[in-house]
Design a protein. Structure first.
Length: 278
């Protein structure tokens, strides 16, 4: 199998770090972005010829465009882009601050969109490429106390589903990854919590609190196995539009979608009643 070149955002922890380790171990090249390189120093030393670390703030669109231009100019090609950088924000809609709203949208949603947009012209010119967007089963299923995170994931899924149809004629694939809970720093370390209000104590909005404490039981997902499936998905032709990782995530998604369809089915008569009758 030929060596591939991967661009992955957010490789200092979680899925990004695990993906990078597995790809480098099998001989591929990885361009990995970080905000702090503390956790990738060992990889830089171990793989000086195939691991290229860049600092990147996903809220800086000009920096995203400059990075993409630099990578294509220096390496000639990228085969797969994994848009992974992002974080969780917990708290009721009323509890999150204006700045927290802006920051998570700019990081998780706008940053991912701008990364994909920056790469598209290069993928078109080389007549191939694969985008892999790390979303969540929270891009299909919504829970209380997580409204802003869901807003970014539902948003990026809509963007990707539309863009996938635009890019398919250029031999460019798009896959949305929807993992369930995994034993990564995302849940136990990097997740942000809004300034909680006592008015929401006992409210479903604060049901997330036990989940953030590993003492209450670890998440079911194995990051190594999940990363391996994400990597394997890049070889599937045509690109699968969505890939759900984790049995609990899949069951929850199916249940929610079945309920949604049943609700829509009940509206056939009322929906039709609003059509013009010629």
């Amino acid at each position: 199998m030929m060596q591939k070149t991967w661009l992955i955002t957010g490789v200092s922890s979680g899925f990004g770090l695990e993906l990078t380790k597995q790809l480098l171990a099998k001989g591929d090249r990885v361009i990995g972005t970080v905000r702090n390189d503390e956790h990738v120093l060992a990889l830089m030393q171990q793989y000086p010829e195939t691991f290229f670390r860049y600092f990147l703030d996903m809220t800086d669109t000009a920096a995203i465009k400059a990075l993409v231009e630099n990578v294509f100019a220096s390496l000639g090609t990228i085969d797969v882009v994994i848009s992974n950088a992002g974080y969780g924000l917990f708290g009721a809609a009323e509890e999150v601050s204006d700045q927290e709203v802006i920051q998570i949208i700019e990081t998780n949603l706008v940053g991912s969109i701008q990364l994909i947009r920056a790469v598209i012209p290069y993928f078109r010119k080389q007549k191939h490429g694969r985008f892999i967007q790390i979303s969540s089963y929270g891009g299909q299923v919504a829970f209380p106390g997580n409204s802003m995170y869901h807003a970014t994931k539902w948003g990026i899924e809509g963007f990707c589903e539309s863009a996938a149809q635009e890019l398919a004629p250029f031999n460019i694939g798009m896959t949305i990854i929807e993992p369930g809970g995994a034993r990564t720093e995302f849940r136990y370390g990097s997740a942000k919590v809004a300034k909680l209000m006592p008015e929401y104590n006992g409210n479903p909005a604060h049901a997330f609190l036990p989940m953030l404490d590993e003492a209450n039981g670890a998440a079911p997902g194995d990051p190594k196995k999940m990363a391996a499936q994400i990597i394997e998905s890049a070889e599937i032709e045509p690109a699968p539009l969505r890939l759900v990782l984790g049995s609990q995530a899949l069951e929850s998604t199916i249940s929610v979608l079945q309920t949604r369809i049943a609700d829509f089915d009940k509206q056939r008569e009322s929906a039709a009643s609003t059509d013009f009758v010629e």
